[in-house]
Design a protein around this ligand. Structure first.
Ligand code: ADP
Ligand code: MG
Length: 338
């Protein structure tokens, strides 16, 4: 019998998306085939402290939480020494933004998903859009406010205000008046010293999964129906907060355009492994890239997994492929001379 691949799933983390990451990681651990993988979970606390989750008790019963083993952050790379591959299932800052990926590069361990540059780039809505604009990929017009900049809005109302580097709609507002705009900027500035004021995009929101390294493929297109004025935190995570309609109710040529732009955005930003690319389709059919998530919500019922399930790739198969892409990337990089 060949040895099982030793997998560490990184979960939790310092961002406001801590709990969402824990849910994603639980799904991943459940779906990794125990015949192929020997899996352990490393839980990163909100305080940044790493802890080795206790191995589940007999018959899958969870062991008591107090048995978890704290790992000093400085010793984190060594704690990872005994694994063959890491699955960083972390969302937002200190996880999805290239920081953990940098740690894993230094520790010389293969890991799933985007590398350092792509992770940092896609986390930053301001820089991400600059790169896409450079490639001629349509994105929403926006102005960037840095510390000390006066509030500015050349777009009229409503307008969207967001922290440059966050996720799950945290710190985002739709401002309908100048007063609301000031409040929205103040809120966003609590989360980031860089804030975007973005032109409102009417129409529908659609999302596409992308999978692969040098020859990425796009999933079917899913349409988000948020049961709210916009796709806020509540709509994203509350039971019944949204419906995903697959395939999206779009003309064939629009669907093709969305899928083409998803792959183009993935390539333009140097992504690897996986990403979920989110779009606005305006009433006139114009397709605008909103953002690209390098570590999308990853439970078995998350949009990413559902889109690939509809595309014929099951959740466990998706994980197998991501592991293969990670190992392939690692081997290719190892052959390079620096
Ligand atoms: N320019 C915009 N026009 C219309 N709706 C927007 C705009 N920007 C964001 N939104 C709404 O806010 C949600 C969250 O914004 P997004 O940029 O995707 O941030 P996050 O990274 O937190 O998901 C979107 O899914 C959409 O519903
Ligand atoms: Mg989003």
């Amino acid at each position: 019998m060949s040895a099982r691949l030793r997998v560490a799933v990184l979960a939790g983390g310092r961002s406001s998306e801590h709990d969402i990451s824990l849910a994603s990681a639980r799904s991943v651990v459940e779906a990794l085939d125990p015949a192929r993988y020997e899996t352990k979970t490393i839980e990163i606390g909100r305080d940044g402290v790493w802890a080795l989750s206790p191995t589940p008790g007999p018959a899958g019963l969870p062991a008591a939480a107090h048995e978890s083993l704290p790992i000093p952050t400085s010793a984190a790379p060594r704690a990872l020494g005994g694994v063959d591959i890491v699955l960083p299932i972390l969302h937002g800052p200190f996880g999805e933004d290239g920081t953990v990926q940098g740690l894993l590069e230094l520790a010389d361990i293969p890991y799933v998903g985007a590398g350092v540059t792509a992770s940092a780039l896609c986390m930053d809505k301001d820089l991400f859009k600059a790169v896409l604009r450079d490639r001629g990929i349509p994105v929403a017009a926006s102005v960037t406010l840095r510390t000390g900049d006066a509030v500015e809005n050349p777009f009229g109302y409503p307008v969207f205000v967001k922290p440059a580097r966050l996720g799950s709609s945290v710190g985002i507002s739709k401002a309908r008046t100048a007063t609301e705009l000031d409040e929205a900027v103040e809120l966003a500035r609590r989360h980031d010293d860089k804030v975007l004021v973005e032109e409102f995009q009417p129409g529908v929101e659609v999302e596409v999964g992308v999978l692969g390294n040098r020859e990425p493929v796009a999933s079917v297109v899913g349409e988000i129906v948020a049961h709210a004025d916009w796709y806020d935190f509540e709509a994203k995570y509350a039971e019944g907060g949204m419906d995903l309609i697959v395939p999206a109710r779009l003309p064939d040529e629009t669907t093709a355009e969305v899928r083409r732009l998803a792959v183009e955005a993935f390539i333009a930003t140097d992504c690897e492994g996986m990403a979920r690319v989110d779009f606005f389709v305006r009433p006139d059919g114009q397709v605008i890239v909103n953002e690209l998530n390098t570590i999308p919500g990853f439970t078995a019922t998350s949009v990413y997994a559902r889109l690939f399930a509809e595309s014929g790739i099951s959740y466990p198969a998706l994980l197998d492929r991501l592991v293969e892409f990670a190992l392939e990337r690692y081997e290719q990089r190892r052959a390079l001379a620096y």
